[in-house]
Design a protein around this ligand. Sequence first.
Ligand SMILES: [Zn+2]
Length: 339
Amino acid sequence: MTDLNPKERLLKALKKEPVDKTPVVSVTQTATVDLMDQTGAAWPEAHTDPEKMATLSLASHEIAGLEAVRYPYCLTVLAEAMGCEVNMGTKDRQPSVTDHPYPKGVDNLEMPADLLSKGRIPAVLEASKIIREKVGDDIPLIAGMEGPVTLASDLASVKKFMKWSIKKPDDFETILDFATDACIEYANALADAGADVICVPDPVASPDLMNPSTFDAMLKPRLIRFAEAVKCPMVLHVCGNVTPILDMMADCKFEGLSIEEKVADLKGAIAKAGDRAVIVGNVSSPFTLLSGDVAKVKEDSKNALEDGVAVLAPGCGIAPMTPLENIKAMVEARDEYFA
Ligand SMILES: [Zn+2]
């Protein structure tokens, strides 16, 4: 078939349509210290300054060769806009939520009327426009944002959230609905600002933290409502070995499911998702991209392609100290595989 441009390639792959070659992108965070040093756009400023946010994310395409521009670099933008306190981290440490607006309960939940003008949301929307202007129409923009489960746990504190999931199911469902409403509003604003795909890491939904039966009964309905209400394709990323919930994840109406290498049977995962969702992944971020060498990156990448992954990508966020040559090797591996 004729050559597709990277945006066509990614969008078709997410729809399970034929492509000339498997796209190679990162749907999870892409910033590394190497790229910060080469561009002069570094954390923590790049979390706040739209020009720096755009410059650093463009580097993962222009310098590292990935076929998408993925931004921003944390899972705290919406949480902060909703009232969480955030520590902005350092050059090699991501921002984290340090205080929570609703640890006492759900009686006073209040959606900010001007949510899209709160915190760093305007900076992310502005960065989308800058990136699109610089990169043109042929390269896809992937915006990242925390999912409703992780947002709800940030609003309540993880400790309370876990407690409510067992002892106060009504409160648990109320804060999940509240978080889902916010996610829908923000995701559609990202799409309006130019994002072609939205990647939704929702680490708190992992079977490492939440019982699969809770996922099925309480998380899945919110994730479905979220996916159905957002106007652009979305990829759901859940950390850890998601084998016990993969079938439920595939029901969530996301176009793609981004999984880690901890899901040992990649072929089985692809078969299980079937026509419901495509699988994105799964080159190990900590063990291969961060601490492996070029040969190991190429081997893991080719194995993922051989198993039939729809989009070749890191299994989770790229660690900031990851060597640039290892990210480039993932792209080279794809090119060699299809040569
Ligand atoms: Zn992850």
